[in-house]
Design a protein. Structure first.
Length: 254
């Protein structure tokens, strides 16, 4: 089963995890290809996320003689959903599921394996630990709740226009206020991580005494900081989804 990476970090993590989950379900080998550009899994995590054990070089079935090993596309029926791809009846050696495969249901059966596999590189882990060390020391026995506020590209996205019905609409202040109220049932401190910390500091819900807005940091480090918190509040995007998933705690999704 072969996947060619596309998109950025969160998208690629979904493609990686979902392909591994599909391969495990169908007793197949997972193979990964694509260009190592931008913030990809190998930027943050130990080990390789490309290739695969014994992955053959196959050509599309339309380009080979009938009966020879080849690959065929099995497409999802839509984005952000789980499809029962018709792989069990496939006679093809190579299965290429295009799309982003953005559903945890593709890999929920191998969750323990994925959590064990996703270990941050020492440099990334050390940067995240240092960023959170002072807060843990000053606040004592509290749980840290990472709050991901994605603005940057999405504040300019037409999907955020008034009346938009797309899934990429920015959450309102009320969302963060309600999510924070729910987490305050515990002894917590909120750590706000954003690509626009200046905007966050101007928002009343992030000016409370139990909130710290971190200064801007590179994407890899920001991701690791969120993942190293105990719980999470996520706004939009796969970047935040995976950071929240990696906390292993209570996650509030928009």
């Amino acid at each position: 089963m072969h996947t060619t990476y596309h998109g950025r970090l969160g998208n690629r993590l979904f493609q990686w995890a979902s392909t591994l989950g599909l391969a495990a379900r169908h007793n197949a080998t997972a193979c990964f290809g694509g260009v190592r550009t931008g913030t990809n899994p190998e930027t943050l995590f130990v080990g390789s996320f490309y290739g695969g054990p014994g992955c053959p070089s196959l050509r599309p079935c339309a380009m080979v003689t009938k009966g020879k090993r080849c690959w065929r596309l099995f497409a999802e029926q839509g984005s952000n959903r789980h499809d029962e791809l018709p792989l069990d009846s496939s006679p093809y050696t190579g299965i290429v599921p295009p799309g982003f495969l953005q559903s945890f249901r593709y890999f929920e059966r191998i969750t323990p394996l994925l959590r064990k596999r996703l270990r941050f590189k020492d440099k990334i882990q050390d940067a995240a630990s240092q960023a959170l060390y002072r807060l843990r020391k000053e606040r004592g026995q509290v749980s840290l709740v990472g709050v991901h506020v994605r603005r940057g590209d999405k504040t300019r996205d037409v999907s955020n226009a008034p009346g938009s019905r797309t899934i990429l609409v920015m959450p309102s202040s009320a969302y963060f206020q309600e999510a924070m109220s729910w987490h305050r049932q515990r002894n917590v401190h909120f750590v706000v991580v954003s690509d626009d910390p200046s905007w966050c500091k101007e928002q009343s819900m992030f000016q409370a005494r139990d909130v710290t807005v971190l200064e801007y940091r590179p994407a890899a480090e920001a991701f690791a900081v969120l993942a190293n918190c105990d719980h999470a509040i996520i706004s939009i995007g796969t970047f935040g989804w995976w950071a929240g998933w990696l906390t292993g705690g209570a996650v509030t999704y928009f």
